[in-house]
Design a protein around this ligand. Sequence first.
Ligand code: UDP
Length: 243
Amino acid sequence: MKRLNVLGAEIHCITLEEAILNAKEYFEGDNCRMVATPNSEIIMNAMKDPEFMDILNSADMVIPDGIGLVYASKILKQPLKERVTGIDFVEGIFEYLNKEGKSVFLFGSKPGIAEIAVENLSQKYPNIKFTGTYHGYYKDTEEEKIVELINEATADLLCVALGSPKQERFINKYRGRLKVKVAIGVGGSLDVWAGTLKRAPVFFQQTGLEWLYRLIQEPSRYKRMRILPLFMFKVLLKRKKAK
Ligand code: UDP
C-alpha cells in the first residue's frame, strides 16, 4: 500500500473498499493492529507534537478521514484516491464481523453511550458478539483495569472513542498487550451509533461539507476548526517550497 506524506503524516492512498479488504487480513493475524483515521485538525495537532506524529505514522493503516486531506494531496500533486471516513470504514468492518460471527468491544464516550450503541448495533449486526463496554471518563489509575477488562472480553475489534489524541495514545501505549486483532480510534462514532449525535445527511457527505454539518450541530467546535484554514495555508506553502 502506497503512503503519501501530507505535512509529515504518512497517509495510505486507498479507497474505502481497499481499506476494508486490507483490514480483513488483520483479523487472521496474531498481533493487535492499529488503524488511525486522521483529518486535517489531527494532523495540525501532530505537527506541534512530534511524538504524536510518530504514533500516527506507526499505525498499520492510516486512512484519510477528512476532505481537507484530499484537497491537500491534490495541491501537493500526489492525489489521494478518496476520502475514507473512520465511521464508514468501521461499519464496513462490522459487515464483515457480522458475517464471520466475530466480536467487538466498545470503549469510550460518556457513561451509558456505549451500552445504547451496543443495543442499536446488535439490531443491525445480529451475529456480532459485543463482549464488553467501558466509558471514556476514567481516572488514569483505572487504565490497567480497563486493559484487563478488554483482554478478558477477548474481542476481535476494539473501538476506542476518546477523541484525538487520547484514543491514539491509549492504543499505542497498550497495543503490545491488547488481546484484540484490530484497535481503531473512532472519535464520535459511539455517539452516532447511540443516536445522540447525527451524522451529516448524504448531501453534506458527498459534497465534502460534513465538517460544516458537524459545526452546525456542535457550534462549540468552531474553536477547534479555526486551525483548518491554517492547514491549507501550510499545504500551499509546502507546494511553493517544493517548486
Ligand atoms: N471522550 C471520552 N473521554 C474523554 C474525552 C472525550 O470518552 O476524555 C469522548 C467523547 O464523549 C466523544 C468522543 O470522545 O464521544 C469523541 O470526541 P470528539 O467529538 O472530540 O472526537 P472526534 O470525532 O472529533 O475525533
